[in-house]
Structure formats: C-alpha cells, structure tokens
Design a protein around this ligand. Sequence first.
Ligand code: SF4
Ligand code: SF4
Length: 627
Amino acid sequence: MAGGLFARRALFLVRLVRAGKPVARSGDVPRRARNEAVLVLGQRKLLDRLVPGLLHAFIFWGFIVLFPTIVMAMVAAVDKHSEIPQTWFGDLVDVFVLLVLTGVVTALVIRKLVRPKRFAGSHLGEADFILAMIAGVVLTLLCWHAAAVAAGIETHAGFLANAFAHAFPSGGPWERLFVWAHLCFIFGFLAYLPHSKHLHIATAAVNVWFGRTRARGRLEPLRFDVPDDEMRFGAGTVADLTWKQVLDGFSCTECGRCQDVCPAHATGKILSPKLLIMGIRDQVFSRSDAPIAGNGVPEDMIWDCVTCGACVEVCPVSIEHVDHIVDLRRHLVMVESSFPAEAEPMLRDVERSANPWGKPQTERAAWAEGLGVRVLEPGDPAPEVLYWVGCAASFDERARKSAESTAKLLQTAGVDFAILGPREACTGDPARRMGNEYVFQAYAEQNVSTLNDAGVTKIVASCPHCFNTLANEYPDFGGSYEVVHHTELLAELVREGRLTPAGGAGSITYHDSCYLARHNDVSSAPRELVAAVGTPVEMGRSGKQTFCCGAGGAHMWMEERGTGINEERVREAAETGAGTLAVACPFCTVMLDDGVRASGKALRVVDVSTLLAESLAESDSSDTLSS
Ligand code: SF4
Ligand code: SF4
C-alpha cells in the first residue's frame, strides 16, 4: 500500500514537471556526473558549514550504506533465520546507525536550541517529524538486530547490536516485533515523503543533475523567432514555468542558506530567496492559474533582487533563483508593463540613447580626449585588443578615472588597443536584468554585428557586467570573442614586467564585484595587483562569498528601501582598518563611494587600475628624482 501511495504521488509530481516549458539541460554529461559526485555524494556545499554539513552528511551517507538493510528486513519479515551475511557489514551498519542518530540529535539541538535565523519561514514542524521518522528507522533497525542476537538467530550482527542484545530476553516476540516496526517506519516514510514539503530527499539529486553547466552569469535567452504559441515572455503563471523551475521548487530543502547570504534580506528588504522558491512551489501545488507575482511571490520581492547570485552559489541542491526572478520580471515588464517607476528613465534612456545615462553617443569617447587613444573607424584594421569601455566608465565622472588609468597603462605597456567610441552601445545588461529582453536582444545583435564587422577577436572590459555579457551572453547571438577583465590583462602585464609598480600604497582592502568573482571566477588577478601596489587586508566576505555593492540587477538606477546594501559593505570594509577600498567595477566605484559619503567613513574608494597607474607614476617620479 505504501508503495502504491508513493507511486501515485510520484506520478502526479512527474506530470507537474513534464508540464513545464522546455529548457535545454541535456549534454555535458561529464560535468553533470562530476556535480553529482561532488555536490550530492560529497555534500560539498553543505560541508561549507561544518556542523550542519556533517550532520546532514551523516544522515545522507547513512541512508546509502543502510539501504541494503531494507531488503534484508523484508526478507527477514518472511524468513526470520536470514541474517546479516558478514560481521564486517554488521559493524558497518552499526557505525552508520550511530552516525545517523548523532546527525538527528545534532539537527534537533540546532533547530530547537540554537534556532538560526535562516530557518525563519521554513516548515519546522514537518522537518521535526521527518527527523523523528529517521530516528525511528535506525532505532528499530538496531533493536531488531539486538533482539535477533538475544534470540540466537543472528551471529554476524555488529558491535552495537551485540552490546544491546543483553537488554532483550532470549525468548518472546521481540525480534518479530522490531522487524515489523522497522518496516512500518520505512513504508510510512516512503508514503509520507512525496506528500511532504521535504520532498527534496527524492528530487535533490535529480535537480543537481539538471543544474546549469554553462557560465553562471549567463541568462537563458527568450526566443522571439518561434511560432506564437511557443513563444514565452518570462513567467506570469505556473503554466509559464520551465520544467527545471518546477523541479527547483520540489527540491528546496528549506535550509535557508540562500536567505542567510542574500544582501537584500540582510539589509531588511522583504526578499528572501528561500520564501520566493517556496512561494512558487506552493503555487505549483495549488495548480492555481493566478499570477505568481502578487500571489505566490510578493511583487516587491521580485524587484529587491540585485542578481548577485549569492543564493545560487550557496544552494546545496542547485536551485537557480536568479533565473526565476528574471523570468518573473520579464513577464511584468514585457507583458504587464509593471515595474518600479524609478527604473523607467533608465529603460527609456537605454532604448533611446544607447546608454542608461541618457547622454548623446557622440560624447562616449569624451573621456579619452587628449590621451591619444585610437578610436576604431569602419574599415580600420582590427587592434590586437579592443578596449570595451562600457557606459559607466564613459559617462560617470567617478568611474571615468578607471578608463583613463586603463588606457594609460595599456599605452605604457605597449599594447595595441583601440576603442569603438560612439559605435560602442550599451551591452543591454541593465535592461535584461530588469526584465526587458527585447531591448537587450536588440543591443546584443547590434553590438555583435559591430564587433564582427570590425574583425575583433579579443576584448578587454573594465565593467564586470559588460564582461559577463560579452563573454557569456553574446555567444548566444553569434558573438564569440576572447574576453578578459582589465585586472586580468593588467596583472599579466605586471607579471611579464611590462608594468612595474612601486608599491607603498598603504593598506588596501579589495571588494570583489559579484559579476567578476562569483559569476565569473575572477578574484586572483585583482588581488595580484593590490599586492603589487600596497598591503592587502581581506574583508570577512570575499571572493565567491563577496557581499554585493547593491548596484546589480539594474539597482544602480532604483530607489533602495531601508539600510543601503552599499552602506553595509562600507561598514565591513572600514572594519578592516584599511585606508583604501579598492574596486574593479565602475558600478561598485559609484555605489561604495556613495556609501562612504553617507557613512562618513575615512575610506578612499578607487579602481585597482588607478592604484596601479598611480604606483607607476610614483615610481616614474622617484626614478626621475634619483637620476
Ligand atoms: S541574487 Fe542576490 S539579491 Fe537576489 S535573491 Fe539571490 S542573494 Fe538575494
Ligand atoms: S533554495 Fe536552496 S539554499 Fe535556499 S532554502 Fe532552498 S535548498 Fe536551501
């Protein structure tokens, strides 16, 4: 009967997943197998937090090792003289019985006594019930073997069963009682599991297998070249969700790790990536055709996200929160025309002026006047490296400094480079992260056409958002280039001895941009440069665990309610005692500089390229002085 209940529910769940819209998640088998080995079998992300990770690993590994004992119990239920085949296996079973019980007790202590904030909003009662069921499964397993030893039926039981055998009389119904109690717990668990919110025990491994294998910073493009009935404009109702998004909901363990690292949540916004996924899952189960935004998920939650990817990075079961959020935005923007009013000028300016600042394109290369930078004209020979300046460094006064420094450094090192000047348009990133896929794709096609016509093969980008779009998203539109961040190219030039910094810039703390360190694994090159010019000092959250500056997901142009994410990051930077807060992103420059001004901290916010240029200038002047 339990098998029937399980199968009926499993069929229902499979039908829900199969009803999802298509999304390509086949191929890349070696990478998927590796993810399965590392994330599922190895429990890698869970073990990032040692105690809760170990307790989960004990329970998970315990169930793998103890799986054969289920078959043995079924056989023993009809033939009580069947027994554990080898003493070593009996001992192994008992080791894992102990580990699972340790895991269950530790989990209960954490849930009942420590009560971490990350569990706020999770179904704690159900989780407790599941832990009790797991304890019941292993305790009845132990008692069954101990009673069998006492009755003289079993001779190869493990050390624990042998030790507990003295607690049971040699006669009586105990062995029969416990083997059936054990089977009742197992079948009860089997029947209950797919009906509970802790379904992840059955679906997590599948979700990890079908997780993203391509670049983390890449968004799945919408297709506008397909017949109308196949076209998708993001996610309005559950009928618009892809099958992976439905499976994501079924796989959430409600562990709250994503909520714990979310900068929006940490600064008091309504957004919790965990509650967002749970809200979508509840709406899938209710089979409601009401809009997700405003029902399963409050609309403000959708707009609070800075697309930093911290949630995706930390999720142990490969849930893709950013894809959900951007899909919800796509529907709101492209179908409902509903988005925060303050984002309207940015979207309009990107659409009309090819940059979010609304400045004329003719002024795009104004920062380079007098610097002798080659502006690539149609028909010109392609440079060795195209410098993609980006809108922020072209138009924002504070961010321009990094473009000037980068250009001077490339000239000093003798790199053959050029810029596109007025022919460089916004990559479309802010429009895309806001949900306007139409505008993004129009710019993607325009920029790819310009770059391909110019014969560009290698690009250096200062802005991590441009870098991410050029490297990871333009290949979907026919633009495949070698793309490097300016810190990578500059670090290479320092290594080659083509740039020789003097050092002495004092203590510097480096802030990792989410789109560089987390989405694109670039964190060592900027640190090499910081170490070359001054004394590095790390913040608590760095590298892939960085804390956003608050600008991503088009938030550079949106009002922020409550505590600023940038202010929280500046507070953390100031705690290091460093005098300089180094950045490698024009958005971070602006946001953190605003944060410093708001908080009155004594910190200088400056791009790594400017620090390097200053270090060279100082070494030049000291050379001059000493000669
Ligand atoms: S991407 Fe960042 S801001 Fe958005 S939900 Fe995830 S952690 Fe929060
Ligand atoms: S989405 Fe992932 S990290 Fe967040 S609660 Fe669910 S399983 Fe945990």
